[in-house]
Structure formats: structure tokens, C-alpha cells
Design a protein around this ligand. Structure first.
Ligand SMILES: *Cc1c(COP(=O)(O)O)cnc(C)c1O
Length: 402
């Protein structure tokens, strides 16, 4: 399309828009990645990552997409034929499962309806049955980006502990880190997988593994082959701020700035802002008379909201109309949900007015596309943002408001 002025509205749940400050921070000459200036940058970003992941343990940074970081978590901890427990929360859990299967790992995939998160009781029951401790890992997606459902990782940890089972806990926080409360150490996670282009507000290109001592011990004995993804190869030079191969220096400049921004705002304030934007979005959806895909209020995603289209209306046609008419990108329904939902991202570089503009674009798009809906979504969202209505708020947001 030609003829659009002003900025494009990138309201997909990742990649999310990169803040001006991060863009400026990346506008730098590359430097010698074996020199003293790089070592300083390296040490700063490793320390900053520990703060964001809430861990005292090392965080490994790969030049990769999130998918690469998924693979790193698998190949460093598991062996061919190992059993793992996973849960079908949606598209991303399904893809991670496929990857594990390709590596010769045997996956027990607990079925799901793509409208709920991981049920900790189901994990507990499976582990309690596994008296021989054949299950080597529980692998879950924290924020299922395809559905807008956030699983309760702390409760999953407690379920594993109640079953008194030694399985590792591997968590995909690719779309939640930096947007939703997350605590690697406190929640006893063994490998936290993440990447740069969602809550961290960076361009794509960095993948992360935060690892526990138990995961590190597993990596010394497991038998899946790896080279590029090998943690041990990374950890040696990382200790002095360096990498074993040429790092993505420019992205690391951006990462350093993004971490400064998150800490300036304060992580709790960042999480609360996301909760508020999500609550306003749900209010708008209900105001339009449409339905939020997530069915469990304690699992509403602060990162994105997936919206069901009324029967007989194609979400992709609607998204195309919104893009062409208002220059806004909304997230597509993925695999099973193709054409049935659209997703509104409200993560990262997003504030109340950004969200209101996006929601206005959705409402106008519904009219242009001839999708049946009510007026009133916009004013309902405004009432949440200005504090008149807290009925859409999650318990966390209510607590924060006092
Ligand atoms: C985006 C996403 C991925 C895939 O990340 P890529 O960087 O595209 O490889 C995996 N899991 C979740 C939950 C995601 O949101």
C-alpha cells in the first residue's frame, strides 16, 4: 500500500516495535569482539540479563531466533530416547514438541483445547504415576502467544515438588520475559528459554537460555550432540565478558539499553502496565460483543489478546482490511486457529494512547469489514485505562491499585 503517513502500527505479539532509544543505542560502529571495550559490554549485558530473568546463575545469549534457543535447551539437557512431559497449550507448544520429537525425545503431550494454560494438577498426576522417574523434563510455554493464555509456572513448580519428582523444568518465556512477572530462581526453573524481539523490545536475533545448577549438571552427562549450541563452549569465554564466536554486537548494544529502560521503569511497573493494557483490551472486546479466546480469567495474557471472530467471518480478511485501510498489523490465527482469531499485541513499547489508537483501528476495521459488533468497546477500554472500571482487572492489577 502507498499513501500511508505517520507510523505503521505493529500490533502483533512479536516482533514488537523497537523504542527510539534502543534504535539509537544500536546505531554504532562494530568493535573488536576480543578487545577490552567488548568485555565491558559483555559483562554489563550478562549482569543485566540476570536481573531480568531474576537469577544468580548464568544467562547464555545466542545469536539466534527463539527457535534456536528452544533447540539449545533440548540438546544441552536431554538424551535420545528420554521421556518428557509437555502440554498442548497452542501452536508454540506444538512446535516445541515437534522439535523435541525430531531430536529423538519421547514426548507425552497432554492434550489441550487451545483456550487454557497448563493444568498443574495434570502435571502432578503424570509425575506421581511415573514412579521409576522415566520422565526427564517437564517442558511448558509460559505465555502461549498463539492463544493469549499465560500458564502459572510457580504452580507447576509446586506440582512437580508435590510429586517429589526429579524432572527438569524447561520453560519457554519467549513472549513473556520483560512483559509478565517471571522468576527463574524463585520458581525453580532449570532452563528458561527466551529471545529478543518480544518483551525485550529488540529486533529479532538474540536467543537466551537461563540455566540452573541442575541443568548444568545434566548438560555434563546428556548425550544429544551439539556444537554451536553447547553451553560449556559459551560459559568459558562468557566468564570474562567474551563469546566463543563473533557475537551480534549491535544487538547487544540494544539489549544493554533495553535492560536500562526496563529497570528505569521498574519491572513491577512494567508488568502492571501490561496488565492494565490487557484489561483495557478485554474490556474493548467485550464492549464490541466479541469473545476473548482465553477462557480462564487467572490465565489472561498481559502480552496479547486473541479475539474470536463471529462465525462466518474470516479473521484474515479482516486483518487485511485493517492493514490496507489503517496501516496496522494485527496477529494472525495460527494453525488450528487460522482465520478464526486475530491477535492484538499490547507488549513492550506500548502505552495507553498507543493501545487506544490500535483499538480504534480494530473497531473501525470491524465496521469497514462488515463484521457484526456493538459500539462501546472504545469507551469501555478508556474506563479501564483511566481507572473508572476495574472489573476487567486481574487480581494482580487490583492488588497493585490498592
Ligand atoms: C515467537 C515465539 C517463538 C518462536 O520464536 P522465533 O524467534 O520466531 O524463533 C516460540 N515460542 C513462543 C511462545 C513465541 O512467542
Amino acid at each position: 500500500m502507498t499513501g500511508h503517513r505517520g507510523r505503521h502500527f505493529l500490533q502483533i505479539p512479536g516482533p514488537s516495535p523497537v523504542p527510539e532509544r534502543v534504535l539509537r543505542a544500536m546505531d554504532m560502529q562494530v568493535i573488536d569482539h576480543r578487545g577490552p571495550d567488548f568485555a565491558k559490554l559483555g559483562r554489563e549485558i550478562f549482569e543485566g540479563c540476570r536481573t531480568i530473568f531474576k537469577t544468580a546463575a548464568p544467562v547464555i545469549v545466542f545469536p539466534s531466533s527463539g527457535t534456536g534457543a528452544w533447540e539449545a535447551a533440548i540438546v544441552n539437557t536431554l538424551s535420545p530416547g528420554d521421556k518428557v512431559l509437555m502440554v498442548e497449550t497452542g501452536h508454540f507448544a506444538t512446535l516445541w514438541r515437534q522439535m523435541a520429537a525430531r531430536w529423538g525425545v519421547e514426548v507425552d503431550f497432554i492434550p489441550g483445547d487451545w483456550r487454557h494454560g497448563v493444568d498443574p494438577a495434570a502435571i502432578e498426576a503424570k509425575l506421581a504415576e511415573d514412579r521409576a522417574h522415566g520422565i526427564k523434563a517437564v517442558m511448558v510455554v509460559h505465555n502461549e502467544t498463539s492463544t493469549g493464555v499465560l500458564s502459572r509456572v510457580a504452580e507447576i513448580r509446586r506440582a512437580i515438588d508435590r510429586a517429589n519428582h526429579p524432572a527438569l523444568l524447561l520453560v519457554d518465556t519467549i513472549s513473556s520475559l520483560g512483559s509478565a512477572d517471571y522468576r527463574h530462581d524463585e520458581w525453580g526453573v532449570d532452563v528458561t528459554v527466551s529471545c529478543s524481539q518480544k518483551g525485550l523490545m529488540l529486533p529479532p536475533g538474540l536467543g537466551f537460555n537461563a540455566i540452573s545448577d541442575k541443568a548444568l549438571a545434566a548438560s555434563r552427562e546428556n548425550r544429544l550432540p551439539r556444537s554451536y549450541w553447547d553451553w560449556a563452549e559459551m560459559l568459558k569465554p562468557n566468564a570474562n565478558g567474551f563469546f566463543p564466536y563473533t557475537p551480534a554486537t549491535t544487538l547487544l548494544y540494544g539489549l544493554r539499553e533495553a535492560i536500562v529502560m526496563l529497570l528505569e521503569e521498574g519491572l513491577d511497573a512494567v508488568f502492571e502496565r501490561h496488565q492494565r493494557l490487557a484489561a483495557a483490551t478485554r474490556a474493548a472486546v467485550r464492549g464490541w460483543g466479541l469473545e476473548v479466546l482465553c477462557q480462564e480469567p487467572s490465565e489472561y495474557s498481559p502480552v496479547l489478546t486473541a479475539v474470536l471472530m463471529p462465525p462466518g467471518h474470516d479473521a484474515d480478511r479482516f486483518r487485511k482490511i485493517v492493514l490496507e485501510t489503517y496501516d496496522m498489523s494485527l496477529g494472525a490465527g495460527l494453525s488450528k486457529l487460522a482465520g478464526k482469531v486475530f491477535r492484538i499485541g499490547h507488549l513492550g513499547e506500548c502505552n495507553g494512547l498507543t493501545l487506544m489508537a490500535a483499538l480504534t483501528g480494530v473497531e473501525m476495521g470491524l465496521s469497514v469489514a462488515g463484521v457484526p459488533h456493538r459500539a462501546g468497546g472504545i469507551s469501555a477500554a478508556m474506563a479501564v485505562l483511566d481507572g473508572r472500571d476495574d472489573s476487567n482487572a486481574t487480581p494482580l492489577l487490583k492488588a497493585a491499585a490498592g
